[in-house]
Design a protein around this ligand. Structure first.
Ligand SMILES: O=C(O)CCC(=O)C(=O)O
Ligand SMILES: [Fe+2]
Length: 226
């Protein structure tokens, strides 16, 4: 876990420099040693679909429906052979309110997991903090198709969040300053659901085929060990 945090520190310092902030700008905001820290480890098991007849659902239903992450960035680690993660372009200005609160994705790109690789998503808070320059990308996990592995799929997601008191505003001040909590309140209504008719199916699948465990306190105690 220390290694993950080192990677986060490196990535965030590169983003800081690229945006025109001091190199250590995000270091205090994302310090997992701080009691105000909100970074979270999320372990998810997608149950095996072997022997389950899903028919046409394979084409349309998802293991995780399309969304953007609220985080600054998210690091995704997958079990070998995981399939289904797909990404789409981010939504411009979404974090401060889109035209109608919805967004239609018309092209999904597969993001196959490769041995030894970590996938990094940009989240809504970094989009806001970068004046909309870095776009939080939509992503989803679709069901495995025929011929793809139907076995369990495991994901470890390291959601990097700023600390409680962080004031979020980009270097160009394109959006007004906000706190993490106010940002989350404003954002709550914005994550979209691709297709309401499909949603109930996705939801049922999610409920019965996913176990998720979030563990902030454990992570923090792990990290504070010498
Ligand atoms: O399981 C995955 O690959 C994606 C997980 C994800 O998007 C999330 O937990 O927010
Ligand atoms: Fe996500």
């Amino acid at each position: 876990m220390q290694a993950l945090q080192q990677l986060v520190d490196r990535l965030m310092s590169l983003f800081a420099v690229g945006l025109g902030f001091p190199e250590d700008f995000f270091a205090e905001e994302t310090d997992v040693g701080s009691p105000e820290n909100n970074t979270m480890l999320d372990y998810t098991k997608h149950h095996s679909l072997e022997g389950i007849e899903l028919g046409k659902l394979r084409q349309s239903a998802n293991r995780i429906t399309a969304h953007t992450d609220e985080s600054l960035i998210t690091l995704l680690l997958h079990s070998p052979g995981s399939v289904g993660l797909e990404s789409a372009a981010g939504r411009d200005g979404q974090a401060v309110g889109s035209e109608d609160g919805h967004y239609k994705v018309d092209r999904w790109e597969p993001c196959p997991s490769k041995p030894g690789c970590i996938i990094v998503n940009i989240g809504d808070m970094l989009q806001y903090w970068s004046d909309g320059l870095l776009k939080s990308n939509f992503h989803r996990v679709r069901l495995p198709q025929e011929g793809e592995p139907q076995a369990e799929r495991y994901t470890i997601a390291w959601f990097v969040w700023p600390r409680d008191g962080a004031v979020i505003q980009g270097p160009k001040k394109r959006y007004p300053p906000t706190t993490m909590r106010d940002f989350m309140k404003a954002r709550a209504s914005l994550n979209f659901l691709e297709d309401p008719a499909r949603l109930s199916i996705c939801f049922l699948l999610s409920q019965s085929h996913i176990e998720s465990h979030k563990c902030t306190p454990q992570v923090q105690s792990q990290l504070s060990r010498p």
